[in-house]
Design a protein around this ligand. Structure first.
Ligand code: NAI
Length: 685
């Protein structure tokens, strides 16, 4: 391995280059190397130091792998204090990403030159911490209170031009290192020696409200606001000490551990798309409804040409209008120019009634109604109309992909590709390995997911795959709690308090009660003896016709638009308890959240046991990205691990003792606890 920090002398310029591939993070070796390089610079006779990163990044942050360890010397604050007080001017040549500790490093330099493509920011709060080496104290001194507050508390990453406008960067130049060697130094104090900026109470208020909304229940953004606020009244030294203390406390917090876990899980999932497979340039999408239209748009945005198939011209026109609407939305949000939108719409989309004039395509994605017979007809038609090696994918939510694929030529090219709605926004996609799916097919689809900037999670075939299966288990336990004494509004409030984006009954009203109803019918729930059938949801659909928001009423009433508790439904709930011969009892919110999350954990463990998911972290990704599980809790499986598997086992065993029809202890959990192991022991691969 080459030296992580290189020193050289060119005339009177000492060049220090951080070279720690891939993105020059400030590992312990880099920190040591920096100290040595500055030692060398100090005695080199140079008149200036230019500091840059090797390859395409400046410094993308601290080394997140060291987060689980106690701090290792030399410490960043000490290195930065030295650079800021260095006898020679140090100029940062920001040749690429300067993030977190990387930007803090740039801040202690006397000036900053950035390439136009550089990205700058302090995304620490997104990992549950705050900048820990001066960022919260120096950034406001350099760019002002309001700007620093919003950048740090939102963890926003900005481009070089915006950074230049904010005064974070002194000059933009294509060859940043060269310019940094020449730059006439600005006549100003070191960043840390600048006067504290005036406090702006309105800006604090705005930042707090935004953080409460964007990062509900998260500690780090609020702490970051406290710290930037403190910079207005504390001398630098005290501000730095307070920041460091806050950083070290947050680093070991539950929230930071959870956010790190999700971050690493995302990275691992996205890396799957970089392991070979063919590049997809052409696609067919069958069905231009909610999902098919958004999938087509997402594919085209990823550079793929898409032929959309519908049943008749009216449906084609509907789909065309929906897709044009998605482009218009992107234009309105400033994501696309209207010229680019028109060009993409004309060049990348074609619309077809039936299969006769379909161009050949590398993949066909089916998103027609959730009906086995219809889906089979669609695949038979695709099989006949397209080349024999075209990958065939179904977006089914619950149907058995193997049943859909029956009779296909070359079934090794068939798989499930389960997008989430809205498909052009939601990053999650479940990639379902069907019975005969080949590794090449998987690799190509994972690569496509990467091109669409999605987070692909591999799943095997079972009812509902990973996400909808856990959702079903979770809802079932919520329904049982209704029977035992809760009301829908209480369960929803408890789960929102727990951190879910929405409560389970609000979600049903949003997505429509008919889908789950049809699914229970298909699976014969009312007759099943292996679960505690709770008839409330089916009665709502069958006896009242309330299907949720789309009919103006569901679990709640929506007169006037806002959800209101529905006396009719609450009476049905209470009546259901009486019919079941149960005496209703009070539940605390904590009890509701514990039970409901235990239901998700149990289903997750079963999914692992059956090999449906390869890894607990994948399950967490699905729940966080597809079902509104709070990211700062890390997903149900991470939560189980963090709570302690013995504690989780005890809870589930307790529930099972009281209600053996609804609960049983998964064998892998029992084994892991008996062996004193964590969830890594219940992996299947
Ligand atoms: P949708 O009802 O909005 O759209 C279905 C479309 O398919 C309609 O435009 C219909 O005209 C068209 N269609 C029906 N038969 C066809 C045929 N033989 N050939 C071509 N087009 C045909 O339904 P949605 O919500 O888009 O769902 C489609 C599929 O995606 C279903 O399997 C559903 O389970 C699945 N899914 C739905 C999600 C959602 O949130 N809506 C999420 C994930 C998957």
């Amino acid at each position: 391995m080459s030296d992580p920090v290189r020193f050289s002398l060119e005339g009177t310029v000492a060049r220090i280059v951080i070279d720690n591939p891939p993105v020059n993070v400030l590992s312990q070796a880099v920190r040591r190397g920096l100290m040595a390089a500055f030692d060398a610079a100090e005695t080199s006779g140079a008149k200036r130091v230019v500091l840059s990163g090797a390859e395409r990044a400046f410094v993308a942050g601290s080394d997140t792998r060291e987060f689980d360890l106690p701090p290792q010397p030399p410490y960043l604050p000490d290195i930065f204090a030295r650079i800021e007080a260095f006898p020679l001017p140090v100029v940062a040549a920001i040749n690429g990403a300067a993030l977190g500790g990387g930007l803090e490093l740039a801040l202690v330099c006397a000036a900053r030159v950035a390439v136009p493509g550089a990205q700058l920011g302090m995304p620490e709060v997104t990992l549950g911490v705050v900048p820990g080496a001066g960022g919260t104290q120096r950034l406001p001194r350099l760019i002002g209170f309001g700007a620093a507050l919003s950048l740090i508390s939102e963890g926003r990453v900005i481009g070089a031009t915006e950074a230049r406008e904010l005064g974070l960067v002194d000059l933009l130049a294509a060859d940043a290192a060269d310019e940094a060697a020449r730059l006439v130094l600005p006549d100003r104090a070191a960043t840390g020696a600048m006067p504290a900026p005036p406090r702006d109470a309105d800006a604090v208020e705005t930042a707090r409200t935004r953080a409460a909304r964007r990062a509900r229940d998260q500690i780090a953004p609020q702490k970051a606001i406290d710290l930037v606020d403190a910079a207005t009244r504390l001398p630098l030294k005290e501000g730095l000490a307070l920041e460091r203390e806050t950083f070290l406390t947050l680093k070991t917090s539950d929230q930071a551990a959870a956010l790190r876990h999700v971050f690493f899980a995302e990275r691992a999932a996205m890396a799957r798309g970089r392991k070979g497979g063919a590049a997809i340039e052409t696609a067919v999408v069958v069905g231009g409804g909610t999902m098919g239209s958004a999938i087509s748009y997402a594919l085209a945005q990823g550079g793929t040409t898409v032929a959309l198939v519908e049943t008749d011209t009216a449906a084609v026109e509907r789909a065309r209008t929906v897709i044009a609407g998605l482009y218009a939305e992107a234009v309105a949000r400033g994501k696309l120019s209207s010229g680019a939108a028109d060009a993409a719409l004309a060049a990348r989309h074609s619309f077809h009634v039936g299969y006769d004039d379909l161009p050949p395509a590398q993949i066909a994605i089916e998103a027609v109604v959730e009906d086995l017979t219809v889906k089979r007809q669609v695949f038979a038609a695709l099989d006949a109309a397209l080349p024999p090696d075209t990958i065939l994918a179904t977006n089914t939510s619950y149907l058995d992909p193997n049943a859909i694929a029956e009779g296909l030529r070359n079934p090794e090219r068939f798989l499930g590709l389960h997008f989430f709605s809205p498909a052009h926004v939601m990053k999650l996609v479940e990639v379902i390995r069907a019975g005969e799916t080949s590794p090449e097919t998987l690799a190509t689809v994972l690569r496509l997911a990467g091109r669409l900037r999605k987070i692909p999670v591999l799943a095997g075939v079972c009812d509902g795959f990973i996400g909808n299966r856990i959702l079903t288990g979770y809802r079932q336990i919520c329904d049982v709690m209704l029977l035992e004494g809760c009301l829908p509004a209480q369960v929803d409030a408890a789960m929102r308090d727990f951190g879910m984006a929405m409560g389970p009954y609000e979600v049903q009203d949003l997505s429509g009660l008919d889908i789950a109803h049809a699914n229970r019918k298909r699976l014969g729930w009312a007759e099943r003896t292996d679960l505690r059938y709770v008839p409330i949801a089916d009665r709502i659909v069958e006896e009242t016709g309330r299907l949720g928001r789309k009919t103006g009423a569901g679990w709640y009433d929506y007169a006037g638009g806002e959800a209101q508790r529905a006396p009719l439904i609450e009476a049905m709930v209470i009546e259901a308890s009486a019919r079941a011969g149960l005496t209703r009892r009070a539940f605390t919110d904590a009890e509701i959240a514990e039970r409901a999350s235990a239901a998700m954990i149990v289903e997750g463990l079963r999914i692992l046991e059956e090999g449906i998911a390869a890894d607990a972290a994948d399950i967490d990704l699905v729940m966080v990205h597809g079902y509104g599980f709070p990211r700062w809790r890390g997903g149900p499986m991470h939560l189980a691990e963090r709570t302690g598997l013995p504690e989780i086992l005890a809870r589930i065993a307790g529930y099972a003792a009281a209600d053996p029809l609804s609960w049983s202890v998964p064998g892998n959990l029992r084994r892991a606890v008996a062996g004193g192991q964590g969830l890594e022991a219940v992996r299947t691969d």
